[in-house]
Design a protein around this ligand. Structure first.
Ligand code: SF4
Length: 327
């Protein structure tokens, strides 16, 4: 059977930030935040992108949405090249591709009521104004578990969980098909986290949404994702269906991350893999496999050659010299 067509396909995506120094602001190097990643996300699925903080996950999400300009590579959304789009086409595409931030408070204008903040996009895109705009906003507030009286309230009057509901409502009001959820529950109390995860799952079912769910929390990703990608220093080191990833992770970095989560893999909690050393700087990543400075299984070749992301199962990809190509 042919593989289902992806709604989003990312190939060789790069995002480098220039390092400037001196009075003439000369470029002295680059921070390779995203260094050539490939992703395929099927319509209606949730792709969990995991890794330690600073590994490039959020930058990847923002570059996919073209909130940041890519240094190289391509992003295809429903067959259209997002990177190559002109202003007007991109503006239309923005309705279909939205983001939920970790901290919705910082992206809300404290002087604007919630109703105005959510409805602004409807007006900017010429979708609705006046009473129609208000009706649409109240309806999306209800869908997100808020009430119509919240329309007139201001951001400081909301709790953390309510603010995230507002953030979700703002992403949904334009009726998108694809959403980057960037650590959407990390800033919330544990008691509220599951409510927001349930809300996202319900919304996905109701509207047929596709998510790129960015998180450092492997337990949450296990619950919500269909597929998992692991990032380390700007690259994807493992990409697999959820079940396979959690039952038999193959990359030493994935194994270390999972071993830190109690009972995530049978036997692993007894044999925790402790990574030594800090994550190297993306401005000066190690040669060869960028994980070799911390990898408990590193051998000579690891510091000399960059491992490619190879197919090791029907739908499982790993970049490690020690993992054999299977196909
Ligand atoms: Fe470890 Fe070498 Fe595999 Fe990199 S290529 S993950 S250093 S064993």
């Amino acid at each position: 059977m042919a593989a289902p067509e992806p709604i989003l396909e990312v190939k060789g995506l790069k995002k480098y930030f220039a390092i400037k120094a001196g009075v003439f602001s000369r470029v002295t190097g680059h921070i390779k935040a995203v260094d050539g990643i490939d992703l395929r996300i099927i319509s209606g699925e949730t792709y969990g992108l995991v890794g330690e903080s600073g590994c490039g996950k959020s930058t990847a999400g923002m570059t996919i949405l073209r909130m940041l300009n890519a240094t190289g590579g391509s992003v295809s959304f429903k067959g259209r090249d997002v990177i190559a789009m002109g202003k007007n086409e991109l503006r239309n595409m923005r309705k279909k591709m939205q983001i939920i931030f970790q901290d919705p408070y910082s992206s809300l204008n404290p002087r604007m009521s919630i109703g105005e903040a959510i409805g602004e996009a409807l007006e900017v895109h010429g979708i609705a104004k006046g009473s129609e705009r208000r009706e649409k906003v109240e309806s999306i507030l209800k869908v997100c578990g808020l009430d119509s009286y919240h329309y007139r309230r201001y951001p400081h009057e909301f709790s953390g969980g309510q603010r995230q509901r507002v953030g979700i409502a703002r992403a949904l009001v334009l009726e998108p098909q694809f959403i980057v959820a960037d650590e959407p529950i990390s800033a919330l109390d544990v008691s509220i986290q599951s409510q927001i995860v349930n809300l996202l799952e319900n919304l996905q079912e109701k509207f047929g949404l596709t998510f790129l769910f960015i998180s450092h929390d492997l337990s949450v990703v296990k619950h919500i994702a269909d597929r998992v990608g692991v990032m380390y220093l700007g690259r994807i080191v493992e990409d697999a269906p959820k079940k396979e990833f959690y039952s038999s992770p193959l990359h030493p970095y994935s194994q270390a991350l999972l071993s830190a989560v109690p009972s995530m893999i049978p036997g692993y909690d007894k044999k925790r893999v402790i990574l030594t050393g800090d994550v190297p700087s993306p401005a000066n990543p190690p040669a060869g496999c960028t994980f070799h400075t911390r990898c408990p299984r590193a051998v000579e070749i690891c510091s000399e050659q960059v491992p490619v992301l190879k197919k090791v199962g029907p739908d499982h990809y790993v970049s490690c010299h020690l993992v054999k190509e299977a196909w």
